[in-house]
Design a binder for this molecule. Structure first.
Ligand code: FRU
Length: 490
């Protein structure tokens, strides 16, 4: 079904109770509902927003269009958790009901100041000619959990030299000064990130552009996030429209980072290395990080991509968030590991140690649609090793390591219903060594695979039939030692 602009910009109050109930029922009957991932009650979820730790709890919001699986009028939906594992749906946090956010409460971030949690976000507006005018706005949550907006934007204008693609403020604090990085498009239609500063979150000064080496890298940078980790500066952002190079950048939307010295806040010079993709799977975008009370840098991403139809659309909902990951840095490379708290989901465990001789093998207890699987292949003489999971006679999803090519590949060609087939159904990245560790989190319609303790991650939605539950380990052309444990989850 084609959604008209009127349908996309309908407010939730305009829907009748009957319409909402019917939509809810359709969503509840979807065979692809997740068991332990954050997903929308109805409609479409996209970017994580306002990720923070405040008042003894983790707060996480996301972009939400309630009325269907399309990008329409965006709200902030609110979930919270005391352990990063069990999330409580609180409801709508910010509605697009003011002149400065009338066409969407767009992405933004949170920061604690004076025992209050502040949110800085982009208010998206359109005039009668549908010309966009973005405002940067502020809201706050008091200790009783009440969220209120400031009644005027804190940044009214796009600075000279930039277009109306100007959004997604991420705030942090250095000594007594707040800084915000904002995603922007130059008038020559190249992307960049700009810096603002403020003494109090209310009054902001445009400091200028962050000077990177990436002068012609896509036409817009969405969702920038700057932070420091072990003395390194890291700028995460999502460049749109990077020119494809080989297997890289095939799709319009990318998500990655540049890391290097600390950003010089005076000159705005950021000395950095290559742009590195954060995730090697098919469905990952617009991540946001925060630092928690334990000093950990945590990341959550949107497990989805813009402008692509997904099989759940027919069920009235789309997308979910990734599991929270802890970031560390080794030799300038970000390492991503699932947060330790997720162990709380583990039910029973089955452990197997074996040697595979150029064969495929299945083991008792290794099956399901919702589990964590840790698998180490060592003493690798085989050319290729791997796991087929969510498999049946007709379907399988495959993660494999080829020792000769030094490559890990995720193959979702036979995963069931496959979104965005035209962009390819296999995804690969370079991994070195004669051993490989694969750590999978499988949920009803997704998989997150951490390679070699977070050196690389493959995040993907998969849409197999509920009967595709088998797990099979394999070695091709030689032997390998296998040490694996499965934990059924929830
Ligand atoms: C990224 C993005 C942001 C914007 C939001 C709108 O996915 O386009 O740039 O703020 O989504 O939902």
């Amino acid at each position: 079904m084609e959604w008209t602009r009127e349908q996309r910009y309908r407010r939730i109050e305009e829907a009748t109770i009957e319409e909402l109930t019917a939509l809810q029922e359709k969503v509840n009957n979807s065979r692809w509902r997740q068991k332990y991932h954050i997903q929308p009650v109805t409609g479409l979820l996209n970017d994580p927003n306002g990720f923070s730790y405040f008042n003894g709890e983790y707060h996480l919001f996301y972009q939400w269009f309630p009325l269907g699986p399309v990008h329409g009028l965006k709200y902030w939906y609110y979930t919270k958790s005391s352990d990063l594992v069990h999330w409580q749906n609180v409801g709508i946090a910010l509605q697009p009901d003011d002149y400065f956010d009338s066409h969407g409460v767009y992405s933004g971030s949170a920061i604690v100041h004076n025992q209050t949690l502040y949110f800085m976000y982009t208010g998206n507006t359109r005039d009668e000619n549908w010309v966009r005018h973005p405002y940067q706005c502020l809201a706050f949550m008091d200790e009783n959990g009440q969220i209120k907006k400031l009644q005027a934007p804190v940044i009214h204008e796009v600075p000279k030299g930039y277009t109306d693609h100007f959004r997604d403020p991420k705030v942090w604090k250095v000594h007594d000064t707040f800084y915000a990085v904002i995603g922007a498009q130059r008038e020559n239609e190249t992307g960049c990130a700009v810096l603002y500063s403020s003494p109090d979150l209310m009054h902001w000064t445009f400091e200028g552009e962050i000077h990177t080496r990436l002068q012609h890298f896509g036409f817009m940078w969405e969702c920038p996030d700057y932070f420091e980790l072990d003395g390194n500066g890291v700028l995460i952002f999502c460049p749109q429209g990077v020119v494809p190079a080989g297997e890289q950048f095939q799709y319009v939307h990318q998500s990655g980072y540049i890391a290097g010295n600390r950003l010089d806040l005076k000159t705005k010079i950021f000395e950095h290395g290559e742009f590195v993709k954060l995730d090697r799977g098919f469905d990952f975008y617009a991540p946001q990080t925060t630092i928690d009370h334990k000093g950990r840098r945590l990341l959550v991403g949107w497990m989805g991509l813009p402008d692509i139809p997904y099989p759940t659309d027919q069920d009235g909902w789309a997308h979910c968030l990734t599991l929270p990951r802890e970031l560390t840095i080794q030799n300038g490379k970000l390492i991503q590991r699932p947060v330790k708290e997720l162990e709380a989901l583990r039910q029973d465990a089955v452990h197997v140690k074996d040697t595979l001789h150029n064969e495929q093998k299945r083991y008792d207890g290794f099956n399901g649609t919702c589990y964590e699987l840790i698998c180490e292949f060592t003493n690798m003489e085989a050319e290729e090793v791997g796991i087929e999971f969510r498999s049946s006679d007709e379907e399988k999803t495959v993660i494999s390591y080829n020792r000769h090519k030094q490559k890990v590949t995720l193959d979702r060609t036979y995963s069931g219903e496959v979104p965005a087939k035209k962009y390819g159904t296999t995804s690969t990245c370079r991994v070195e060594g004669n051993a490989v560790k694969l750590h999978l989190f499988v949920d009803t319609s997704s998989v997150e695979i951490f390679i070699n303790d977070g050196m690389e991650v493959f995040t993907s939605r998969i849409f197999p039939s509920p009967e595709s539950t088998k797990i099979c380990f394999f070695a091709r052309n030689g032997n390998v030692s296998l040490d694996t444990t499965i934990y059924h989850l929830t």
